[in-house]
Write a protein that binds this ligand. Sequence first.
Ligand SMILES: Nc1nc2c(ncn2[C@@H]2O[C@H](COP(=O)(O)OP(=O)(O)O)[C@@H](O)[C@H]2O)c(=O)[nH]1
Ligand SMILES: [Mg+2]
Length: 1184
Amino acid sequence: MVDKATDTDFLQYFPEDKKPELIRLDSHSAPGNLTDHHAVNSSSRHGSVRSRGRSSPTKPASGARNGTRPVSASVPKLPNRPASAARPLSAAQLASTSRPLSGKTPIPGIRSGASSGRPVSGKNESPTRNGSPKRKGSVSPGRSLSPSKSQPASAKKKAGTSTKPKAKSPTLEKTSTKPKLQSQLSENKVIGQKSSNISNLTEDGLKIMDMSSQGMTAIPTTIISNPDLGELNLSCNNLRSLPTEISGLINLRKLDLSKNGIKCMHQKDFSGLPAELGQLKNLRELYISECNLPFVPPAIWALQSLTVLDLSRNKINVLLPEIGSLTSLKKLNLQQTSITCLPSEIAYCQDLEELLLYGNVMDSLPETLADMPRLRVLAVNYRSFCNIVDSYMENLIRKGQINSEHIPLVVFELPALENLDLECTKINTVPEMFMDNLQEFSLYKNFIYDMPETICKCYTLQVFDISKNFIRSLPSDVAELTNLTVLKVNDNMLEKMPNSIGKLVHLEELEMGGNKIRIIPTEIKNLSRLRRFVVDRNDIQFLPEEVCTLRELETLDVTQNCIKQLPISLYNLTNLTVAHCYKGLKKHGLWLYKNPLSQPPEEVWKTDKPQDIFNYLKKLKISQTENLQRQKILIIGSQGAGKSSLMDALVFGRARSDEKPSSKTKVLEQVPWRSENGVDFLVYDLAGDDVYTTTYPLFLDHHSLVLLVYDSSKYEDRGYYESVGKWLDLLHEHIPGNVVKIVGTKNDLFLDNDNELLAADKVWQRVQLHVQQREERLEDEVLRVQKDLADMENKLPENKDLLFSRHQLQLQEERLLEMADKPLRLLPGVSSLTSSEGLYGVEELVQDIEICAIDKHLFPHAQRYIPDQWNKLCAALKKKKSLFLQWDEVADIAIRFQVKDEVVAECIQYLHDVGEVFWFKHIPLLKDILFHRPRALIDVICSLYRHDTKDFLTYDQTKIFSSKGGLTPEEFERTISLFFKFGQISRPLLNCFWFYLKVNNQIFDEFLELLPKLNLCYTIPEPFVPSGKCYLTPLVVLPWFNTEKLLTNQLQEVWPQSIPTKTKQVMLHFSLSFSDADGLFYPLILQAQDLLVERTDWQNAVLGKGKNGSRILIRKTDTDNLYGGKIEICVRDSVLTNLLTAIREAYSLIYMIINQRPGLYCRVSVSTENCNSTVLQTLMPENM
Ligand SMILES: Nc1nc2c(ncn2[C@@H]2O[C@H](COP(=O)(O)OP(=O)(O)O)[C@@H](O)[C@H]2O)c(=O)[nH]1
Ligand SMILES: [Mg+2]
């Protein structure tokens, strides 16, 4: 709960000799004799506001009441109201509504309410309340109070913010910062005529004048005659009165008169504030705090536009009923006055949102407050109502022999109230509550034995404190309070934490210290937002593992329990960054004192660094984890992001030595690493240069932990997609469901720590947004496909998309649902670190990685028994010299090691998982091939795809091109120009590329056969043994290097739009919704080589001829958007069957590729020309 001013705090603002009297419960200070007042009021409860509308309300004799309210009992001069809103309340009725101090003189030993003659609660008294207990929205007939408007948005407070006003008035703060203008004052006889004081303008263009602290005794006429004045600050002067001419300030909105000596000697005294003030019809805010006023100047009552009235820190002890005429009031500050009660007419201020009464000793509140629909803040010291509870009564209440009744019932009926603080108010019951907006409620330190049921119906509650009472059990209904973020039940007599606690999923703080709880229910795991969990001083025997899932925990206090062992997964609670520390006055971090802990031992757990404990537990876990296998880590990210440096930091625990440009990673580096705690990893550092994009599909592995690295020192929000987003999309496309940690490197380049953390936070938010948007797009797409399916069922109008069969749409739906089901598993937060000097943050990342590696849920495959034979088989395979082995060969060798046929695949998968071999079983053309020497394969790929090709292809640099390639300088120029333009490589050039691989003729052919299967190039069959002119014809083509684009205006030439009527055309459109088009386009044009007998390639298109002579165009179109790239396959032929064969082959091809990428989705449609779509439909196979 929020700090609040104590009763006497306000005294500090008074000079010693002027300190006001504090307690005025006698007849001298209050207008009426307190005892009389109560006696009358308590007998007049039937005349409460709720009974006002009745035709013949039972009301007590008004005369009696008049006697009790000498000042306010006269009929208040309420403002003229529209006829329809004729004032229905008689003065007597209103006067009668003031709530009594309940609990007055109870009869010892007898529960009041039963026979004491006074009802315990309002239940039996007020007929309306009885009839409709929940008064929400009900307005008594005939009431003049304006009907409840709906709560203004501004009145709604955000969760977690406090409703309590600060003790200081705004004027006080403002004036204290004003520069003193004394020196100027001495020069000006007529004070305050400096135009420079008009500095700003109000929103509506009026002038703002600050004349504070100028020692003025009178207001200069120049000011008064300024009709353009919007705001005037006259605080901290010596003004005794305002002139009548003040009425000239017709546009004045805000007037600050605080800290002056404004006169007002009696309730009709207009000498300080003249009646003419009432003519300021536009005045909204009036501050008249600290003016030593004994009465409220009557001129104020005419200011009907006032929304803010500050009368704080005056000597006022009575607020007249006329306050009800200020019907626009939103905020009324009466703090530190001498007011003890409020007139019922306050309820006419139907817009009132804040009523500040701190520092006053209130003895009653009018019942009419319950009819104020917008009163959110009632800042009153509820403890002042305890004044009548003497120690004898207190004892009876404590023992439950009488019910407490001293808190006015109306307090529980304020419909808009947001915060109710009944801390230490000596109550043992809470009456039925009618509060629809209560957000914070404290019952701290009272005498409550059973949690009041009515509280479990306060569904809006966010913060609830019932600590220091005598509660024995929490009702399961507490689970209804689903908005709770803070629940404190410390120091009660609880023996059990209810299982239903797990339903309070929004809880961030749960405190149940000082009870007798023995067991923490496993349901605790549902409280995933919990940051603070305090269960000290209980009888807890052990902490369930479920506690270790509460990853947000910043404080876990289990001091003084009976815990012998800590749960081993406690190391997951990485937000416990300190131990046995205080933050402010609260215990913070991990607290373990006073437990019979043996594991970890004392020398470990007695620490201020939980990390020591975590390390101990983690080592323990690792040592207990049987069969922990080597884990693959993939480091990916853009070129220069710091991937290789990070790998060095992880593996060698040191910064990378200064490197030359040539040390840029090629394709991939594989380095084994054993972490300090003994977990084995194999780190793959994937090169980030664009040239390697085509190689990624081979190495993105389902069973790996991915570190997505970006350079945090260069990160900009608009560059998010390039540095992080596109990598996430790539991972989504190829290995959805993988575990990913995002790592920002080079944080040493940030000048200050805060910026660095802020930046990491921002990236994390951006990532979350990215993931969320993807989910949304997936949902939309699912709905679209489902609608298409429904349309198909209902045979709705011909839709060209529906040419495809129902089966095809179902497949699409299936894939989308699978994709939605398998998002990437992002480890929370961004790791911010430096891989150069200092290695700041690397250790934390290592911790995270280790924890992942031993987490069976994340990497189930990594913890299992591996037969010895498998490793022996592996060693035998590696002895083979060739680049790859056919499956039959593998099976033959396996038999020698008793690895039977049915487990060969399992064994090879294991060897692949631990990085001993490459087995691309998801690629149909490669599933029967084993790359038993991974490095050899990487070298082959490196030989073709390298970021430094330009440097490599320099004739004079080495002798290779002349000796190995046999090329003259001219031939060399010719052949490499073809390479750089079209990605074509001739045989001699290929020989040079492969020179370092020591490739003989046989291996050369083996490579040639293999490369297309790896989707890295396509080959052009040579018609005869190359010689002469053909010598330089292309043998291998890497379309990625093609720089020629087929422009839209050239398209018409190569593929005219209009076709002869004899020619039929079918076009398949594939729109990619979640990735760019390249991922599908490159493999497609490589594989298309199988369909074509002739082709012309551009960077973005291929024009070719199929085996049956059909003409085929494959084209990629990009969009400006991130997603939505398109691929078209268009086939033309005059013979329908030929055309269909070609289109079917193309379609199968594209689906073969799509099936290799579980996260690739495209929307397919088809359009035709010169052929009947129905014919086409019947000819399409069912699975298309
Ligand atoms: N200051 C600083 N420089 C770094 C850090 N990490 C990498 N670098 C530098 O950034 C450049 C690129 O790093 P590198 O690891 O090769 O990036 P990669 O292309 O992603 O592998 C090199 O010059 C590194 O020295 C770091 O944490 N701090
Ligand atoms: Mg690198």
